[in-house]
Design a protein around this ligand. Structure first.
Ligand SMILES: Cc1cc2nc3c(=O)[nH]c(=O)nc-3n(C[C@H](O)[C@H](O)[C@H](O)COP(=O)(O)O)c2cc1C
Length: 212
């Protein structure tokens, strides 16, 4: 019960951080503290139970920075990408709306208002998790000279998503939250909602957030 009240209070702070255009400027991520990486590895697991709601803006900032933020002055990220192509777009589905994460600005661009979490999968917990992340690969980030083998590009997309998702698993473990990688979602609905085209490859999704 205490957890739920705290959750409701914190939700208020998230809602008040929206700009008038609906975009969200995230506070600087916390880059130290938390539990040790070995403890996080010991706790990592996939959850099926989530508390329906939102997280604080600071937690959202930390989560997205872990997922794929900039961690060095040269603009490189918290996860590795082939040739540093940074070809993944992380779409963020929350109760308040659907956003695209912008690593260099560490901000969220509003794509669609309202709660579209249910569109991201048929399993019941999907619509309850505070955050659902969709990993889409932008194949146009690949130089034309390397576009001859679509399978290699797609394989790299899945590898990139996996590297990022493990960061999210570890951050979730450090918070005592749940997280779960997912491969089933409404591709047609998501393509329409997000305005995706042939240049975009679907990879995987992941939900994360507080659990009961
Ligand atoms: C590529 C991939 C796809 C997955 N897809 C789903 C899914 O669609 N639905 C689901 O409930 N879990 C999904 N999972 C989670 C696995 O079921 C889970 O990782 C596995 O049972 C092992 O549990 P653990 O992560 O707690 O070690 C997926 C995991 C991976 C790596």
């Amino acid at each position: 019960m205490k957890k739920l009240i705290l959750f409701a209070v914190l939700s208020f702070f998230v809602s008040s951080a929206f700009a008038s255009d609906g975009n969200i400027k995230l506070p600087a991520p916390e880059k130290s503290g938390g539990i040790g990486v070995l403890d996080a590895l010991s706790a990592r697991q996939s959850a099926r139970d989530f508390v329906d709601g939102e997280i604080t803006l600071q937690q959202l900032s930390n989560l997205l920075w872990a997922a794929g933020g900039v961690n060095r002055e040269d603009g490189k990220l918290t996860y590795a990408t082939a040739m540093n192509l940074q070809d993944m777009i992380i779409f963020v589905f929350m109760k308040s709306g659907t956003y695209r994460y912008e690593p260099s600005a560490h901000s969220l661009t509003l794509i669609a208002e309202g709660d579209n979490r249910a569109l991201t999968g048929g399993q019941p917990f999907v619509a309850k998790a505070a955050v659902d992340l969709l990993y889409i690969q932008d194949t146009e980030k690949w130089p034309e000279s390397r576009r001859g083998d679509p399978a290699t590009i797609l394989n790299c997309g899945f590898a990139h998503a996996g590297l990022s998702m493990q960061n999210v698993y570890l951050y979730a473990a450090s918070q005592g939250w749940g997280a779960r990688t997912r491969m089933n979602f409404d591709r047609e609905g998501l393509t329409k909602l997000l305005g995706l085209t042939e240049k975009h490859n679907f990879t995987l999704m992941q939900c994360a957030g507080p659990k009961p």
